[in-house]
Design a protein around this ligand. Structure first.
Ligand SMILES: [Zn+2]
Length: 159
């Protein structure tokens, strides 16, 4: 193999360069006269995946699990049974928690959900638990216009 510029016999590896639009196989010395042809290597380009990473991050923030305390179903009978177990009338229980008997009666009938302060007093007085932790997935930032991503599908299937 001879250098296409100076004509010497190339020992070892020849260099491939472009010089004025032509590709030449040359010796190491002559390689400096032209531009080396870059050999393609599968190194990942840093520019393009950046946008994708940002998008993934945002998707994760859109959908996340939170634990919420929720009033248990059947809280009304739990209260009534606990009250009866302690031998209290509605009036006596109401007096203990410093609330109106009519309110306690409505709660025991399931007509109204006790507000947090009342619920805590009932739980404390009757030694009961009226809430359970419920895992909720929030979709607050997702709007109808957004396209569904694979991540979204995975989450929907998991439910
Ligand atoms: Zn040469």
């Amino acid at each position: 193999m001879q250098c296409e510029i100076c004509g010497i016999e190339i020992r070892g590896r020849s260099q491939r360069i472009t010089l004025e639009g032509t590709t030449l196989e040359v010796c190491n010395k002559c390689a400096q006269l032209g531009r080396p042809i870059k050999i393609w290597t599968p190194t990942p380009q840093k520019a393009s995946p950046a946008g994708k990473a940002v998008y993934n991050k945002r998707t994760r923030r859109d959908v996340f699990d939170t634990l919420e305390e929720e009033l248990v179903t059947g809280y009304d009978s739990i209260i009534r049974e606990a009250r009866e177990r302690q031998g209290l009338t509605i009036e006596e229980l109401a007096a203990k928690i410093n609330e109106k008997a009519s309110l306690v009666r409505k709660i025991e009938r399931g007509n109204i959900h006790p507000e947090d302060s009342v619920r805590k007093k009932l739980e404390h007085t009757l030694q009961i638990k009226l809430t359970e932790e419920v895992a909720k997935e929030e979709y607050t930032e997702r709007t109808a216009g957004k396209t569904t991503t694979l991540g979204d599908i995975a989450i929907i299937k998991r439910r």
